[in-house]
Design a protein around this ligand. Structure first.
Ligand code: FMN
Length: 186
């Protein structure tokens, strides 16, 4: 697949199944992530890879977040939270590891850089014939989840990327009207 075809045709896949990506595929994926644009070479990225029991541990963290938000939460909601990470054989949490108060590189630039790394993971996964879906959801911003993942005060969870083998067909791509988004100053 040439680079422009990849950029034009990448799409998300929510239906995922095992096995998780191989070590060789993961190496290609992380190499792509580590090529993200990066002002002042801060490398403001952290990746936490969940598979096997790690997915259940992440689910427990999501359930704990529900409980801490509302100690009267029902069993069904706790169970639903536990099961969320089990929708894929692997999840990569992309975390912006933010260096505060650094000249010329405000926090937003560091978070954007981590977003670019997340996009690179999606693109590399697609190029490898894998399925991937960027999810955030409320858990990305939850204090219990942040603590459980070891975030510092200024860090951000940018993405939970669900990753695995394609469990369905890619949807038809929407055609966008370029002129609706582009202005010209000439
Ligand atoms: C920052 C960010 C967070 C997202 N969070 C979610 C999410 O929590 N749940 C979800 O269904 N889609 C989420 N999405 C959207 C999907 O990843 C996906 O981009 C969207 O469904 C469009 O599909 P496409 O990537 O094939 O165009 C998120 C996208 C971004 C950029």
């Amino acid at each position: 697949m040439d680079a422009l075809t990849l950029l034009h045709e990448r799409s998300s896949m929510g239906k995922l199944m095992g096995p998780p990506p191989s070590p060789e595929q993961l190496e290609a994926i992380y190499r792509a992530a580590l090529r993200a644009p990066d002002h002042k070479e801060l490398r403001p990225w952290r990746f936490v890879e969940f598979s096997g029991d790690g997915l259940s541990r992440l689910g427990e963290l999501f359930a704990e977040a529900e409980y801490r938000e509302d100690p009267h939460v029902g069993d069904a909601a706790l169970d639903a939270a536990r099961k969320k990470p089990l929708r894929a054989p692997m999840i990569i949490a992309v975390i912006a590891r933010v260096t505060p108060d650094i000249a010329k590189v405000p926090k937003i630039e560091q978070v954007i850089s981590a977003g670019c790394a997340a996009h690179a993971i999606l693109l590399a996964s697609h190029a490898l014939g894998l399925g991937a879906m960027w999810r955030s959801g409320k858990y990305a911003f939850d204090p219990t989840v942040r603590k459980g993942l070891g975030l510092e005060k200024d860090d951000e969870v940018v993405a939970f990327i669900y990753l695995g083998q394609l469990g369905g067909r890619h949807k038809r791509l929407a055609e966008h009207d370029i002129d609706a988004f582009v202005e010209h100053w000439r």
